[in-house]
Design a protein around this ligand. Structure first.
Ligand SMILES: Nc1ncnc2c1ncn2[C@@H]1O[C@H](COP(=O)(O)OP(=O)(O)OP(=O)(O)O)[C@@H](O)[C@H]1O
Length: 258
């Protein structure tokens, strides 16, 4: 059987301080090959803490995380940084692109860091530019393109090195509703056509409805899971219902979507 892209095994995270705070409590789940998993929960429920642990930015207090079979805690900081660079792709709310570089230069970054030859980099970047429909803006600088084009560029950068797992943190958080839909359809296509594994944290029920399943966290605990059936609209409604059941989400509900 194939090794899961991600294994989260009974992970807890306690932030030490005057009053220690248990941000994650015994969280356990796997993301199987080719799966698009959503993570939702009220503000302060532990979503960012979980993402930081999976991204090897922070370490769990107890439990274990494996990416493509490798236990993150078994790695030194240099190895963890290498694993992060080679096996993970990132898509952020605020894009995190390099403003002074062009679209194609930004997309090339993960390959440049690996010391791949310019010819091979150029060929792969062109392939990804075409794939994401941004070949016509390849030579534009980031500060001269729209938010939607920035997120397409960020997705291109996240997939260019064919990572084992793509982590998306509120990828639609900075986009209008039409552009959000376009970006989610792209992520869905990347997942389906490239069999890319995606884990997305979001407050946006419509964005979450593009996932195969959504895990809900409350007070640091995995408290529920909804699996998508054949109708996305029904899934969307079930996600909205779960959000209101868990509470603390009214301000997060989309107001301009349907
Ligand atoms: N570095 C830290 N030190 C201490 N407490 C922290 C730290 N980071 C997060 N917390 C606390 O841990 C809890 C979970 O925070 P986290 O940011 O993971 O939640 P979240 O679900 O991502 O919230 P949001 O949706 O608002 O981004 C919160 O109570 C937060 O205040």
């Amino acid at each position: 059987m194939a090794v899961p892209a991600l294994e989260v095994r009974y992970v807890s995270k306690v932030y030490e301080g005057k009053v220690p705070h248990r941000a994650l409590d015994n969280v356990a789940f796997d993301a199987e090959d080719g799966e698009f998993t959503g993570v939702m929960g009220p503000s302060g429920s532990g979503k960012t803490s979980l993402l930081n642990l999976i991204a090897a930015i922070d370490e769990p207090t107890s439990g274990e995380i494996r990416i493509a079979g490798t236990a993150l805690h078994s790695l030194g900081s240099h190895e963890a940084a290498l694993l992060r660079r080679r096996t993970l792709g990132f898509v952020f709310q605020h894009f995190h692109l390099l403003d002074t570089l062009t679209v194609e230069e930004n997309i090339a970054v993960p390959l440049t860091l690996e010391g791949i030859s310019p010819g091979r980099i150029g060929a792969r970047v062109r392939e990804v530019l075409e794939r994401l429909g941004i070949a016509d803006i390849a030579e534009r600088r980031i500060d001269a393109i729209s938010g939607g084009q920035m997120q397409r560029t960020a997705i291109a950068r996240a997939i260019v090195h064919r990572p084992a797992l793509i982590l998306a943190d509120e990828p639609t958080g900075n986009l209008d509703s039409r552009t959000s839909g376009e970006v989610m359809r792209l992520l869905e296509a990347v997942n389906r056509e490239d069999r890319a594994n995606l884990l997305m944290v979001t407050h946006d029920a419509l964005a979450a409805s593009f996932c195969h399943r959504v895990l809900f966290i409350k007070d640091g605990r995995l408290c529920n899971e909804i699996v998508r059936g054949s109708h996305r609209q029904t899934f969307y409604q079930r996600i909205l219902d779960m959000q209101s059941l868990l509470g603390g989400e009214r301000r997060d509900l989309p107001t301009t979507r349907g």
